[in-house]
Design a protein around this ligand. Structure first.
Ligand code: MD6
Ligand code: FE
Length: 200
């Protein structure tokens, strides 16, 4: 494993996972999932997204960026639930709160190509990821595209902290394994990534 990568399997119990899903349902009613498109080409992502917090990550033909409002409703993103802030304070090792929580929803054949999370000004803060629902095959590489990679299965309740020298490593989701969790009534997977965006 890359230095600075911390994998906390089963960190969240099933009751905590259910409460998080409940909070997310409320948030998604206010800030609906949307289908982002790739910069320049306009090719749609296979995941659907929304955000929580003062800033949200979006991708459209103009590029990747953080912005304070939902691209379709124009309304501010809903707040990050307290239980997610508590998780960040407990495990991030970073003294300031996150400003963005990206919500990715995978169903059907959704996946996420290899990428780096590099749109944040504050790269000293880790990115904290929470997996809910069906298990995903997560691919982790190194700092260069095309290097050696390894896979890790991320199950419901697993937490991954990408900090230190892993913070800018390539990673992605090869696929989601259907029927591996009963947390979400209609199946699929939710991934939450908590990020500090600005330098405090
Ligand atoms: C996912 N995760 O698990 C995609 N990014 O669906 C990410 O892209 C990610 O897990 C930064 C840090 C941790 C992650
Ligand atoms: Fe990422």
């Amino acid at each position: 494993m890359q230095p600075g990568l911390r994998y906390l399997p089963g960190h969240l119990g099933t009751d905590e996972q259910r409460l998080l899903v409940e909070a997310l349902r409320t948030a998604v009613a206010e800030a609906p999932l949307f289908i982002p498109v790739m910069p320049r080409t306009g090719r749609p992502f296979t995941v659907r997204m929304t955000n929580l917090g003062p800033l949200g990550w979006v991708s459209d033909r103009a590029g990747y960026r953080y912005q304070p409002s939902h691209p379709e409703t124009g309304r501010p993103w809903p707040a990050i639930p307290d239980r997610l802030l508590a998780l960040w304070r407990a495990v991030s090792g970073y003294p300031h709160d996150p400003e963005a929580c990206l919500v990715n929803f995978y169903n059907g054949g959704a996946k996420m190509g290899l990428h780096r999370d590099a749109d944040e000004e504050d790269l000293a803060a880790p990115v904290l990821s929470v997996s809910l629902g069906d298990t995903a095959v997560f691919r982790m590489g190194g700092p260069e595209r095309g290097g050696r990679t390894e896979t890790l299965k991320l199950a419901s309740g697993d937490v991954l902290v990408m900090g230190g020298s892993s913070r800018l490593c390539y990673h992605g989701i090869d696929r989601v394994l259907p029927g591996t969790s009963t947390l979400l009534k209609d199946g699929g997977r939710i991934n939450l990534t908590l990020r500090r965006v600005t330098r405090p």
